[in-house]
Design a protein around this ligand. Structure first.
Ligand code: NAD
Length: 437
C-alpha cells in the first residue's frame, strides 16, 4: 500500500474512532483513556509559553524537553514538575539531540519552538520518525524547505500543523464565519501586515547577533509572512478553491537596524557594522488564480509604538472589513447604514465562530487574544479525532513560500514570481476544513 493510501486509511480510521466515541457521548481521549505523550523542542520565550498552554490541556503528558541551553531545558522540566506531572527527560547535548527524543516510541507528538532556521529540519525529522508535529512560524525559509516539508508530510500518516495563532483571533474567525456564510460575496482585494518594531531582539545584551539578527543579515524579503497572510489565506480559501499564483515585491533600504545597533552599543562596536540585508519595510502584492489581489506588508525595523502588530482588511463584492488601529469594523451592503461602518463586536452575537462560541472561556487569557489556546487545543483535537489538520503542510509551505519568493522578486528588480502549486492541482477540489471544527 502506498504511503498516501496509508494516510487516507489512517484518516478514515481516526474519523471512525471519533464517530464511535461521539455516539457513545465521550471524547476519543476518554474513550482510549490513554494520555497523549509529547515532547517540546526549544524552551525559549515561545516554547515556555506553549509548554504552559499544553500543561493546561487535559490528557496531555509532557515526556521530553529539549533545548541546547541546559538552563532553559531545566526550567522546562521544572514547569512540568510544578504542574504535577512526572519529571520529563531532558535533551540538551547538542543541536541534534532532539533526534534522540524522536527515537522514543512513547512520545507521539512534538511541539517545535526553536529558531526559524531549524523548523523544517526538525519537522521533517519528526514526521519521518512518525511523530505528529505542531511547528512554530514560519514553517520554512527557502523554497527547497517548502518542498521538503510537503514531501515529508505526504509520506507519513502523522499530522502536521502550523502554529499560526493569528488565524484563531476572535475577530479573524468571526470574519471567516461570515465568509463561509457568503456575506462578502466574491473577493477582489485583501490587505494585511506584520508591522512590529522587533529590533530589540536582534542582539544579545553583549552585542552578539541572535537568530533573528542572523535572519535579517542573511535574507531579504518578507521574513515573517504567516501572521499576516495566514488569516487572509483562510478567508480567500487558498489551497481550497483558490491559490496564490504570483507575487511582486519591493523593499526599502536597510536603515533602522543600524540606527538601533549604534544607539545600543555605540558606533565603534562591531554590532554597528552588521551587514543587515533585509530592508526596513517590504511590500508584496500577491495575485490569486481567481483574480483577487493581496497587499502584504512586513516591517520589523521601523521606530513606532507597539500597539497592534498585525492588521487585516478584506474587500468583497458585498461587504468590506477593516481592522486598522485596533478598530474592527465591517460594512455589509444592504444591511449597514449608508456611510457608516458597523463595529464587528456588535455583530458577534450573530457571527461568532462556533469554536469561539464553544471555547471562549478557556481561550481568553491564553495569550495572543486566545490564539495560543486554539492552536494547541486544535492540534491535540486533530490527533485524537483524525480530522484533517486545520493548517496543514500545504498551507504552511504556501504561506511561508512568500519569504523565498519575495526575496527573489526584490533581487530581480520587482519581477513577478510564480508560486509553486504544492497541492499538485488538489487546491481546486480540497474542501474548506480550515478552522471550521
Ligand atoms: N506564533 C507566535 O506568536 C510567535 C511568537 C514569538 C515567536 N514565535 C516563533 O517561535 C520560535 C521561537 O521564538 P522565541 O522567541 O521563543 O526564540 P528564543 O530565542 O527565545 O527561543 C529559541 C530556543 O530554541 C533553542 N534552540 C536553538 N537551537 C536549538 C536546537 N537545535 N535544539 C534545541 N533547542 C534549540 C534556544 O536555545 C532557545 O532557548 C520562532 O520560530 C519564532 O518565529 C512565534
Amino acid at each position: 500500500m502506498s504511503s498516501k493510501c496509508n494516510r487516507r486509511k489512517f484518516v478514515q480510521l481516526g474519523m471512525a474512532a471519533g464517530v464511535a466515541a461521539a455516539v457513545q457521548g465521550m471524547s476519543v481521549a476518554s474513550a482510549e483513556e490513554k494520555p497523549l505523550r509529547i515532547g517540546v523542542i526549544g524552551m525559549g520565550n515561545r516554547g515556555t509559553h506553549l509548554l504552559n498552554v499544553c500543561l493546561k490541556e487535559p490528557g496531555i503528558e509532557v515526556a521530553g524537553i529539549c533545548d541546547i541551553r541546559r538552563d532553559a531545558m531545566r526550567r522546562g522540566i521544572d514547569l512540568v514538575d510544578q504542574a504535577g506531572q512526572k519529571r520529563p527527560a531532558g535533551y540538551y547535548y547538542d543541536q541534534f539531540d532532539y533526534r534522540r527524543m524522536l527515537t522514543r516510541d512513547d512520545i507521539e507528538a512534538v511541539v517545535i519552538a526553536t529558531p526559524m532556521q531549524w523548523h523544517t529540519t526538525m519537522a521533517v525529522d519528526a514526521l519521518k520518525a512518525r511523530k505528529h508535529v505542531l511547528s512554530e512560524v514560519s514553517a520554512t525559509i527557502t523554497l527547497e524547505e517548502c518542498w521538503n516539508l510537503v514531501h515529508a508530510a505526504e509520506e507519513t500518516d502523522r499530522i502536521y500543523m502550523l502554529s499560526e495563532n493569528c488565524c484563531y483571533y476572535r475577530s479573524n474567525m468571526a470574519v471567516l464565519n461570515m465568509v463561509s456564510q457568503g456575506i462578502f460575496g466574491d473577493f477582489t482585494y485583501a490587505e494585511c501586515g506584520y508591522v512590529h518594531d522587533c529590533r530589540y531582539l536582534d542582539f544579545t545584551p553583549d552585542g552578539k547577533l541572535t537568530w533573528r539578527g542572523e535572519l535579517a543579515r542573511d535574507y531579504i524579503g518578507n521574513l515573517y509572512p504567516t501572521h499576516a497572510i495566514g488569516p487572509v489565506a483562510t478567508w480567500l480559501g487558498i489551497n481550497r478553491g483558490d491559490r496564490f499564483e504570483s507575487l511582486v515585491s519591493f523593499t526599502t533600504r536597510q536603515a533602522g537596524r543600524t540606527v538601533n545597533a549604534i544607539k545600543k552599543f555605540g558606533k565603534d562596536h562591531p554590532a554597528a557594522q552588521t551587514p543587515f540585508s533585509v530592508g526596513d519595510s517590504t511590500t508584496t502584492l500577491i495575485r490569486t488564480a481567481k483574480g483577487a489581489m493581496i497587499d502584504l506588508r512586513y516591517d520589523t525595523a521601523s521606530a513606532r509604538p507597539v500597539l497592534n502588530t498585525t492588521y487585516y482588511g478584506l474587500q468583497g463584492t458585498t461587504a468590506s472589513y477593516d481592522d486598522r488601529d485596533n478598530v474592527q469594523r465591517i460594512w455589509i451592503d444592504g444591511r449597514s447604514e449608508g456611510e457608516k461602518w458597523d463595529s464587528l463586536e456588535t455583530l458577534l452575537t450573530e457571527f461568532e465562530h462556533p469554536l469561539w462560541q464553544r471555547l471562549r472561556e478557556q481561550a481568553e487569557g491564553s495569550g495572543h487574544s486566545g490564539g495560543d489556546f486554539f492552536v494547541v487545543h486544535e492540534f491535540f483535537d486533530t490527533i485524537r479525532t483524525g480530522r484533517p489538520s486545520p493548517i496543514d503542510a500545504y498551507d504552511a509551505a504556501t504561506w511561508s513560500a512568500v519569504i523565498g519568493l519575495s526575496g527573489k522578486s526584490i533581487r530581480e528588480g520587482g519581477r513577478p514570481q510564480e508560486f509553486p502549486d504544492f497541492t499538485g492541482g488538489a487546491w481546486k477540489t480540497r474542501k474548506q476544513t480550515l478552522l471550521m471544527g
